[in-house]
Design a protein around this ligand. Structure first.
Ligand code: NAX
Length: 328
């Protein structure tokens, strides 16, 4: 039998946590033959810790065969100990009257502390996925706060945007999701992200020619994908949770187990490709193999795509400038 992998999850008593933990323990993320130990972090607040205990009671009550252990934590230094995978879901939500700058700063603080803790105690191969918003900038801060870990271990979640884009495109052409390949989402996890199907194929035919509807692409498709989070809040009264948890599972599963040559999207520190400044945590098309991701190189970027990529990069640079004084 395989040795258990340690999976740390922050914000474990939150909405996304409630959808995420059960699927990890069920083997959906690391494989049906891979035992897991859950190391769950919540804020020290009494209510949050009590809620976490309640979630753990329910996990116990599932009697998951793959669950080899589970612990509750209020300190990242113990929660991240020897972690093989760290899902950083917990973040500071925007409160009433809170300025964007305050939000960035509050989160910068959280992700500085958590980056340092990962640096100190996690496995040297830890795979980090930041879900908590602003995800790209939080991942960047955690990465910068962990100089002893490889920068490539820090990633941000663009997969929900990728999955949203897949479905919108599949529904437009009336084909199954599985017929679509080579779709990708560039940039920041925010409404500025650019869901690009200019390289995509549907049943091996160029997607662009099949869709053949520029007005739909610009006025329906991109806004629908970009504003999907807001549309879910409007409809459900709560933000996306199960779909976000599903995307986190997809992201880590593909990173660990590989995509068999298929493209997916990950927010990763740039290597300078496509003019994205090195180190910027940006959504890129990737393939994964043997636990490593690789950016798809040499794609031709048309004028419209370039404009959209520039826009999302500009926003990301502004976020980063807003926290510069905190990360150095
Ligand atoms: P909830 O508010 O339901 O849960 C967050 C939990 O995190 C709370 O229980 C809170 O106590 C905990 N927490 C806060 N600070 C913490 C810290 N320093 N250490 C440990 N735990 C901490 O939010 P939920 O709906 O679960 O969303 C979590 C985050 O995901 C939010 O920042 C949200 O904006 C972000 N999202 C990101 C998405 C993406 O695609 N990247 C999509 C979904 C989601 O909106």
């Amino acid at each position: 039998a395989k040795a258990p992998m340690r999976v740390a999850v922050t914000g474990a008593a939150g909405q996304i946590g409630y959808s995420l933990l059960f699927r990890i323990a069920n083997g959906d993320m690391l494989g049906k033959d891979q035992p897991v130990i859950l190391q769950l972090l919540e804020i020290p607040d009494e209510k949050a810790q009590k809620a976490l205990k309640g979630v753990m009671m329910e996990i116990d009550d599932c009697a998951f065969p793959l669950l080899a252990g589970m612990t509750a934590h209020s300190d990242p230094m113990t929660a991240f100990k020897d972690a093989d995978v760290a899902l950083l879901v917990g973040a500071r939500p925007r409160g009433p009257g809170m300025e964007r700058k305050d939000l960035l700063e509050a989160n910068a603080q959280i992700f500085t502390v958590q980056g340092k803790a990962l640096d100190a105690v996690a496995s040297r191969n830890v795979k980090v996925l930041v879900v908590g918003n602003p995800a790209n900038t939080n991942a960047y801060i955690a990465m910068k706060s962990a100089p002893n870990l490889p920068a490539k271990n820090f990633t941000a979640m663009l997969r929900l945007d990728h999955n949203r884009a897949l479905t919108q495109l599949a529904q437009k052409v009336g084909k199954p999701i599985t017929s679509i390949e080579k779709l990708c989402v560039w940039g920041n996890h925010s409404p500025t992200m650019y869901a690009d199907f200019t390289h995509a194929t549907i049943d091996d035919q160029p997607a662009k020619a099949l869709v053949n509807d520029e007005a739909w692409t610009k006025d329906v498709y991109l806004p629908t994908v970009g504003k999907r989070g807001a549309a879910i809040i409007e409809a459900r009264g709560l933000s996306s949770a199960a779909s976000a948890a599903n995307a986190a599972i997809d992201h880590v599963r593909d990173w660990v187990l590989g995509t068999n040559g298929k493209w997916t999207t990950m927010g990763i520190p740039s290597d300078g490709s496509y003019g994205i400044p090195e180190g910027t945590v940006f959504g890129f098309p990737v393939t994964t193999e043997n636990g490593e991701y690789k950016i798809i190189k040499g794609l031709e970027i048309d004028a419209f795509s370039q404009e959209r990529i520039n826009l999302t990069l500009k926003e990301l640079m502004e976020e980063r400038d807003g926290v510069k004084h905190l990360v150095g």
